[in-house]
Ligand binder design. Structure first.
Ligand code: PFF
Length: 455
């Protein structure tokens, strides 16, 4: 099999799951669930995963796998060679650069915290000190930049190595370790005193907390966590072999991703509730301020356990971030490599440099540039808003219109059934969602998110 493809089915699933499983699961999911009241948010989020994000993911996989080269080519090819959807080929370039530029900032924070855990920096500190440490660190003009550079350099190294030797091998090594770490931490966390309060928070819904904003956030989270809407998975699917079962593998990835998010919740919420006075609604600071404090408090009389638990937790975050950042760099580099004839390492290098420059702006928006705003948002928040609230829903909408209405039905059917060799009983449901349900939902939710429609 050519080295332009993932060598095996497992490699394809793990690389796709690697893109999906990331800070979105271990950092954003607990944060969003914590601030939106727990189990009710979880249920709505699962609904969006099944009815919206997973079908769009399968649509992206079908388009990419049909094309076998890059996103721009794929959108032309599936449409019978007609070029008027070719503009979609630029979406992963722009979105990949923007998303990696701010994602690398948080990924950098995870490296700093893994380093602090390794050097036993958390020992004997209090909540106030953790708070102070974190605010000082993210506002520092230089230190976070060093970690951003490191994460981008690692990401570049893996992408430059190629699809099989870099991306696939990286996923095959990191994903199993990530699972093992997660299981160890779940077991640790569930054995803490008062763990049941955290479990109740995560699993016992209180629908009185649900507002229109909860629904919007749940949709945003389902898109972000599965990496859908900006043709990231479409890029990876260009490297899928023709014998991959798109429905089965797509659903497997969606299940793995949801399982990791729920397991992260099972690590974080029982731990937080085991410390008197702490709550789960601390927002983005949850994993950088609340958790180091929790590790010290609950394992205070067992310093070795506290040391290992925090080290494992931050290593887990680093690996989750890395498997996703690889996919972000790949989606923008692939265009220049495949369409513009640049070598893979050169394309990845140029994209990494652009991302480094933009990441500097995002990082400084927590410190000396916090006065600089565009539309009232600092660079970090601006990039996050553009990607998660604008590009992902618009991209998801366009993918549905393209596959549901522009591409000929038999081309889609042939692709998802591997030329009639697979039975896909869910195909009619999938087509209904892609043609009618998903575009309508996205449109309404998008309008309400912009404040145009009041729900
Ligand atoms: N799905 C990743 C996460 O949950 O962290 C984030 C992500 C990766 C978003 C790739 C978008 C993307 F294109």
């Amino acid at each position: 099999m050519s080295s332009n493809n993932f060598a095996g089915k497992i490699g394809a699933i793990l690389a796709t799951a690697g893109s999906a499983v990331g800070l979105g699961n271990v950092w954003r999911f607990p944060t969003e669930t914590g601030t939106h009241g727990g189990a009710a948010f979880l249920l709505i989020y699962i609904g969006f995963m099944l009815l919206l994000a997973a079908p769009i993911m399968i649509a992206e996989l079908a388009i990419g796998r049909h094309g076998q080269r890059d996103v721009l080519y794929a959108f032309k090819k599936m449409n019978g060679g007609r070029g008027h959807w070719a503009f979609m080929g630029y979406l992963p370039v722009v979105a990949g650069i923007l998303v990696l530029s701010y994602y690398a900032v948080v990924a950098g924070w995870t490296l700093e915290y893994a380093f602090r855990a390794l050097t036993n920096d958390f020992f004997n500190k209090t909540q106030a000190t953790f708070q102070q440490d974190f605010t000082t660190f993210i506002a520092d003009p230089l230190r976070p930049l060093f970690w951003i550079f490191l994460i981008l350099a690692l990401t570049f190294g893996i992408v430059a190595l190629g699809i099989q030797r870099g991306i696939e091998r990286g996923a095959k090594i990191m994903m199993p370790i990530l699972f093992i770490f997660l299981i160890v931490l779940v077991v640790c966390s569930l054995s803490l005193p008062n763990a049941s309060r955290g479990i109740t928070f995560l699993l016992n819904p209180d629908f009185s907390k649900v507002t229109p904003h909860t629904i919007l956030s749940a949709m945003g989270q389902s898109f972000f966590t599965l990496s859908v809407g900006i043709c990231c998975l479409c890029t990876y699917a260009c490297y899928f072999r023709k014998d991959v079962n798109l429905f089965k593998d797509g659903l497997t990835v969606a299940i793995i991703d949801t399982a990791v998010a729920i397991m992260s919740g099972l690590v974080i919420f029982p731990a937080v509730y085991s410390v008197p006075g702490l709550t789960a609604d601390a927002g983005p600071a949850l994993v950088f301020i609340t958790l180091p404090n929790v590790f010290q408090y609950v394992f205070g009389n067992m310093p070795v356990v506290a040391y290992c638990a925090s080290l494992i937790f931050y290593m887990l975050l680093v690996m989750a971030a890395l498997t996703s950042s690889i996919s972000m760099l790949e989606m923008s580099s692939a265009f220049f490599h495949k369409e513009k004839g640049m070598s893979r390492p050169m394309a990845a290098l140029v994209m990494s440099i652009i991302c480094m420059i933009l990441s500097i702006a995002c990082s400084l928006s927590f410190g000396i540039w916090n006065e600089i705003t565009i539309l009232g948002l600092g660079f970090f928040d601006l990039f996050d808003t553009v990607v998660a609230k604008i590009l992902m829903p618009i991209g998801g909408f366009l993918i549905c219109i393209y596959l549901g209405w522009s591409v000929k039905g038999d081309v889609v059917f042939n692709e998802v059934t591997n030329n009639h060799t697979l039975h896909q009983p869910l195909y009619p449901v999938f087509m209904f969602v892609i043609r009618y349900f998903a575009p309508t939902c996205i449109f309404l939710i998008f309008l309400s998110g912009l404040g145009i429609l009041k729900i």
